[in-house]
Design a protein around this ligand. Structure first.
Ligand SMILES: *Cc1c(COP(=O)(O)O)cnc(C)c1O
Length: 348
């Protein structure tokens, strides 16, 4: 990560901690964990984990063993679980790790048993048809004798509170509560936390809402934006009426227009869905994106901010629910595609 980069990601550590505290409160008596997979949803796994440990979080979830290794030291004395379980290639690392695999298939269960691998988690598929053992496999005793910390399942439609799939998934997981020796049961991602107390079980696993995402209205008032991209002006220019801007000439100026060209493009995760729809600000002045987003550049109209000059910084509108609606990207994609070129600056 370059210092002195022409684009930066301002990261609000207090907002991250506040979001975790809010989700912890909303989780009632359940412990509130944190999904920090995919490099902490693009913000930096170590930086995120450090701050959540300080906030009081004790349960961390990643997807792969490489992700677990990166934060294992920070999670010492806390719980760290690897969602994708153990492939044959993972066994050497997994059996030495302080992290637990979340076992997903009969093959993974057998592999872990044969290695006498120690405590594990288990994923049960209750209707998503992605990862996990079937409810029947668990009821038939596949897990008997296994030392399980957390028995979990994952909601497919948690962002649709009225969807009956939620209650069916809840009931399927609830039917297994006494069928294993698991110390804890877990079901909720961020949106799931708002479905009600019975969904919380012992530990929740929010991800996106820690980082400023709100997939459901019920979360919006509790969640603050964490990631604020900013990009520097490389050049100012004026286009005359009738001229076009950028690839394909998709923007044609109806009247003479003042532009700034910024160091930001789809290689930085500012994808082409923002072409002609994204927003930026210089102070309070709105400077909309005009024309197509290029790999490394965007053009914005600075008619509302005539003082903008080469070297100035503009903030990129990146409130996740709004930016998602503008770009057609999910709130998850908006974070996890942020590239390597940002200088990531945490304020605390
Ligand atoms: C990613 C993930 C989460 C977190 O989901 P969010 O929607 O980001 O809150 C929780 N559980 C599992 C199994 C996941 O894969």
């Amino acid at each position: 990560m370059t210092s002195n980069a022409p684009l930066r990601l301002q990261l609000d550590g207090a907002a991250l901690a506040d979001n975790w505290h809010a989700l912890d409160r909303l989780s009632g008596t359940a412990a509130c964990g944190a999904a920090v997979k995919a490099n902490g949803y693009g913000l930096g796994a170590s930086d995120v984990t450090k701050r959540l440990v300080r906030a009081g979080c004790s349960d961390f979830f990643v997807a792969t063993w490489a992700e677990a290794s990166e934060i294992a030291d920070l999670c010492e004395g806390r719980s760290l679980s690897v969602f994708h379980g153990v492939r044959r290639e993972d066994m050497a690392v997994a059996t030495e790790s302080s992290a637990r695999p979340c076992l997903n298939s009969a093959e993974q269960v057998q592999r872990w048993r044969e290695a006498a691998g120690g405590p594990c988690d288990v994923m049960v598929d209750t209707g998503m048809n992605r990862l996990g053992l079937s409810v029947e496999q668990v009821k038939d005793g596949l897990l008997d004798g296994l030392k399980i910390d957390t028995l979990m399942s994952h909601l497919a439609c948690a962002d649709e509170p009225e969807n009956p799939v939620n209650d069916a998934q809840y009931a399927a997981l609830a039917s297994l509560v006494d069928k294993t020796d698991a110390a804890r049961v877990s079901l909720c991602n961020s949106a799931g936390i708002t479905l009600g107390k019975k969904y919380h079980f012992d530990v929740t696993r929010p991800g996106i809402s820690l980082y400023g995402g709100a997939q459901v209205e019920a979360l919006a008032p509790h969640i603050r934006q964490v990631a604020f991209p900013e990009a520097q002006v490389i050049q100012r220019r004026r286009v005359e009426a009738g001229q076009t801007v950028g690839y394909g000439g998709t923007f044609r100026a109806e009247v003479a227009t003042e532009l700034a060209i910024l160091h930001l493009g789809y290689a930085d995760g500012y994808l082409r869905g923002f072409s002609g729809t994204g927003g930026t600000h210089f102070g309070d002045a709105a400077c909309p994106v005009v024309g197509r987003v290029s790999m490394d550049l965007i053009a914005v109209s600075v008619d509302a901010a005539p003082d903008v000059k080469e070297g100035d910084w503009l903030s990129i509108d990146y409130d996740l629910p709004t930016a998602s609606a503008q770009s057609g990207l999910s709130q998850y994609e908006l974070l996890t595609t942020l590239g390597r070129r940002y200088q990531r600056n945490w304020n605390e």
